[in-house]
Design a protein. Structure first.
Ligand code: DC
Length: 239
């Protein structure tokens, strides 16, 4: 049985999931689970070990064996909003272009997904969480009480991503970001294991043209409405 006190938020790159999920978690007093950061940390770890997919493309079998060994030696922790790999805070390294260019290939590996899924369920078993990613509502938390699919037009997602890069002091054109986003969307939604897709029972939210505040407010109301419904059914009044 997977944990149910979960707000599962899925959607494509740049739809604003991280920002929205973090703020929603804060407002609800729930934990926050950024599962993209987990895949990024594993990718960083593989790069450090010299066995990321592009580095072992000449011998796939050997590459997979080396990645399995590296994964077995990876102790991944999420501590107060930081991502810690084998005792080292790797948060500042998760959004580099090296990690970004390899993370879709790493997240397509079933043995990596199985390890991340177990860790994600363990985290959610210790208390209510807002979990964001690609397969939260469809695979990892099929029993989640709240499911959301957060989308936005590709051009808007590219604009937001290039603003993020600018804040990090990196200049990347919107056209380049758009191209990368479309490649990542294709890889993430066509892989065989847990491809990006909207869970049937998810609320679809298109954030194109909306502010973060209004999306957070909409999702907060969605969670509260259900809490109220459940409380009413038990004869409890939630103010
Ligand atoms: O959300 P993000 O950009 O930080 O995600 C990084 C990559 O990890 C992205 O290419 C898709 C993958 N990912 C995944 O496959 N499953 C998740 N639950 C979260 C992210």
């Amino acid at each position: 049985m997977t944990p149910t006190q979960v707000v599962a938020i899925d959607g494509p790159s740049g739809a604003g999931k991280s920002t929205v999920a973090r703020q929603l978690a804060q407002r609800l007093g729930f934990g926050f689970l950024d599962t993209g950061a987990m895949y990024r940390a594993v990718t960083w770890h593989f790069l450090q070990a010299g066995c990321a997919p592009a580095e072992c493309a000449d011998s796939q079998e050997q590459g997979v064996a080396r990645m399995r060994v590296a994964l077995a030696a990876a102790r991944l922790e999420l501590v107060a909003g930081r991502v810690v790999m084998n005792g080292r805070d790797v948060t500042p390294h998760l959004r580099t272009r090296e990690v970004e260019s390899q993370v879709s290939a790493v997240s397509a590996l079933s043995f990596v997904r199985a390890a991340m899924r177990d860790l994600q369920r363990t985290v959610a078993a210790s208390g209510p969480v807002v979990a964001e990613g690609r397969d939260m509502g469809s695979v990892v938390f099929p029993q989640a009480r709240w499911k959301v699919y957060l989308d936005a037009a590709p051009s808007e997602r590219a604009r937001r991503r290039s603003e993020d890069f600018a804040r990090q002091g990196r200049t990347v054109s919107e056209a380049d970001v758009l191209e990368e986003i479309l490649v990542r969307d294709r890889l993430d939604s066509t892989r065989s294991d847990a491809p990006l897709r909207q869970a049937e029972d998810a609320l679809y939210v298109d954030s194109t043209g909306l502010t973060t505040e209004s999306v957070v407010a909409q999702l907060f109301a969605f969670v509260q409405a259900d809490e109220r419904g459940q409380a009413d059914a038990r004869g409890v009044v939630v103010s």
